[in-house]
Design a protein around this ligand. Sequence first.
Ligand SMILES: NC(=O)c1ccc[n+]([C@@H]2O[C@H](COP(=O)([O-])OP(=O)(O)OC[C@H]3O[C@@H](n4cnc5c(N)ncnc54)[C@H](O)[C@@H]3O)[C@@H](O)[C@H]2O)c1
Length: 448
Amino acid sequence: MVQNKNAKVINRRQFIKTSTAAGASLILAPHVLKGAKSFGVDDINVALLGAGAQGQVLMNACLKIPGIRFKAVCDIWKEYNQKRVYRLLGKYGHKLNAYEDYREMLANEKDLDAVIVATPDFWHAEHATACLEAGLNVYCEKEMSNTLEGAKQIVRAAKKSGKLLQVGHQRRSNPRYIHCYEKLIKEAKILGHITTINGQWNRAVQPDLGWPEKYAIPQPRLEQYGFQSMAQFRNWRWYKGFGGGPIVDLGSHQIDIFSWFLDAVPLSVMASGGTDYYDSQTHEWYDTVMAMFEYDTPKGLVRAFYQTITTNSNMGYFENFMGDQGTLQISESAGRAGIYREQSAPLWDKWVDKSFLNAPAEEKIPNVNGAVLDVRETVAPPKYELPVTFNDPYHKPHLENFFNSIRGTDTLNCPAEVGYETAVAVLKVNEAVEKASLVKYDRNEFTL
Ligand SMILES: NC(=O)c1ccc[n+]([C@@H]2O[C@H](COP(=O)([O-])OP(=O)(O)OC[C@H]3O[C@@H](n4cnc5c(N)ncnc54)[C@H](O)[C@@H]3O)[C@@H](O)[C@H]2O)c1
């Protein structure tokens, strides 16, 4: 019986690989042309484990990707998120089962190819490991885990299983970021010698998340899954032992970009932070963190400043890479990007001709209301634009990269090893805050 089921799965999976690798059959498949609502034999069968805010964002992105069939949703909030997702996917024609316990899901669903894990960080290690051990490919949201031990467990499980593990640092698949890395930094070396980076995620004050009273989870079930109260269940990010606070939650996305664009892991970090604004009983993690990293690169030391502020939204979020020939500002927020040439740098005409950049409307030192900028200010050069526009949901290319890797037509942009490096880099920031001193990374820490 089991053998037969396995054989069926293998055959269908083999079909996924061979049909796509053989050529353009996926692209031409009728169900693809018709859109995501109709299903075919080479579809990827997916379960969503964790159907909260991010699970629903990922689900919505998946609904725009042809050939993805949801077979199951698992969420402990049966009264609300689980029900909502189950109904919604049903409306889109997906025939799926709903579960509270992932173990029951893994035991019952024998035709899955992949699981999307979007539960709170402290559940990732158990969930991702179990899914990998069940022979499934896993898209695991960042942070890989709230502990290094948890992240290690996932990497080991991925290696042992031979299955794919994509970590949800979705900027790694964003065409704008890929253009910046591959064309501007690697090929054109347009920034020259990168010396410094600064990045931030500044967020306005936000009230704690609530819940409709009639949909509250009964206390025994909350406790069964590690939560003391509905307030903690809804606001798990702020609690030690559940997440890593804003520096991990938000910062990991951007600190991941620092390492990616530099092709380096940090040498050290020092940080200052604390719960300065909110009630520390309900906001155990720091509402404010300012961190300074040092990176060793072939061209020399790079210093990178990064902050997360949760009490003021000034300038939102971005990463700024600064070299002796230019500055690159990039953000997941599509409206915030620009490349600025230092006045002493060679002209960038050839990069404009090669469509690496769009030229500024007018290359001249800007003035404000007729007043030329202070001559002592050597910056404010003209802004070149990124030639890449990207209007899809942010997570769609990263999910597509995952699904296409399952099909054998692509390779993962953020495999376990890469996600792990970022986990090492970012989890250490909280240690630096606690110690209020410089903390060094051991290069060996970044690999298992
Ligand atoms: N990549 C990104 O840009 C991005 C953005 C937001 C969140 N995230 C990540 O996504 C994950 C989820 O975050 P969120 O904002 O959706 O949180 P959330 O609290 O809104 O949702 C979590 C869901 O998981 C469910 N859940 C909790 N424990 C469970 C368990 N043991 N088994 C099954 N279901 C369980 C909850 O009922 C809830 O529906 C986190 O890891 C977070 O860091 C990533």
